[in-house]
Write a protein that binds this ligand. Sequence first.
Ligand code: NAD
Length: 481
Amino acid sequence: MSSPPIAVAPTAMEAAAARIRAMLEAQRAAFLRAGAPALQARRADLQKLADAVRRNTNRLAAAISADFGNRSRHETELAEVFPVLASIRHARRHLARWMRPKRVSVGIELMPARARILYQPVGVVGIISPWNYPFQLAVMPLVAALAAGNRVMLKPSELTPRTAEFLAGLLAGLFPAEQITTVLGDAEVGAAFARLPFDHLFFTGSTAVGRKVMQAAAENLTPVTLELGGKSPCIVADDAALPEAVASIMHGKLLNAGQTCVAPDYVLLPKHRLEEFVALAVATTQKFYPTLAANPDYTSIVDDRHCRRLAQYAAEAKAGGTRVVEIDPNRGARPDTRKIAPTLLIEPPDNLLVMREEIFGPVLPIKTYHGLNEAIDYINARPRPLALYYFGADRGKRDEVLRRTISGGAAVNATLFQFAVERLPFGGIGASGLGAYHGEFGFQTFSHRKGVFLQSRIDLTRLLRPPFGRVVNLMLKFLNR
Ligand code: NAD
């Protein structure tokens, strides 16, 4: 006698997964009903978002700062609000041109037919975002997806919960859930999210999680964009103007206390310039941040786990005999503020953790090289970085470094600012990512490029049909000339 089936109640996670799947189905049904939004509707949506961001900057800055412990208000305005508003301005200005079907030549062989590329929204896009710029890295992909006419489901990071709540509230107040929805939750929710059959999945985060996201997306053949991390090197050449180079490197390193995907991770420097570099780095840092603990300009580390991870880098280096320079002007980097003093590690061996992992904090290893070839070989022996920075005056050497290294992006005599140019593609390569966005590249990432062939009334291709004879032979002579 068989026993009756036992009804098993779904776990909380299964129920959550079912809820987010229902959201996706609702968005997809709405997309199929309404079709691609017109230019004016997209521009209006973007304007609505920009206005709300401007109105809510205070609330946003407070939420991020509460999440971090302290997040510099100026950094939030410069690195979260400005890029979002700039990307909206740029998209609104150029969207008509981006959306316009592009005529392309069919080639002499198929004349007088015509051909064009149509840009269509793909449908429903999933966006998974990290905590380090918890607003900007969620909203910039959202802007690109909206500009391309898609509906969006957003899963922000659980490490910045107040910002995630703020975002969810802001977006729910502006857009119907069938157009934009926010899903709050941790890594497990993220994993369930990544398993959904989106039309495109856009992930920003670590390389390790990026790998899992791509595996999950493969099950549905969902195309992915992966904006990942890694160790971005900074080459200082023999002829670099050191004071400017050091100021730019320390600024890039200490913005958001180093918790920046395109922060310079480590420096490669000619040996004879080492002591000058260290002295300048200490002086520059003290000028940027005369104090640390009570200084609102110096951002905290996001949580205790990351504090411990960063402290371990310096501890392991010290234990192994590496020279460690802690730039702690007022001895005020108290652990209760989660502020870690800017720290230089001089000539750390490559087996240390700090040289194997992405640092993501205010710790700067400095290694010396003999000859540019050695620096290039060092970079090329490692995973392809998201950014590469070069400081030097000679254009020939600069071009050689750019030609012989492969990185997501690069900046010369500067750090970070390749990110701020809407007309440059932003994205990694290899371990630092797949695909790109910003400006028109973002629009294209979230659009399907449909190739359309339009036959003319004068259709010469009919001459290619069987039965084959003299005419086809003549045509073939021409085609295969
Ligand atoms: P993370 O990979 O730990 O988390 C990112 C997001 O993924 C979070 O929302 C998290 O909840 C979610 N998640 C976790 N496990 C998941 C899973 N199995 N499936 C789906 N989603 C999952 O990254 P993080 O610590 O938040 O961010 C720091 C990393 O992000 C660094 O490596 C940094 O370099 C990188 N980053 C890259 C860029 C870029 O533009 N390329 C920008 C910022 C940060």
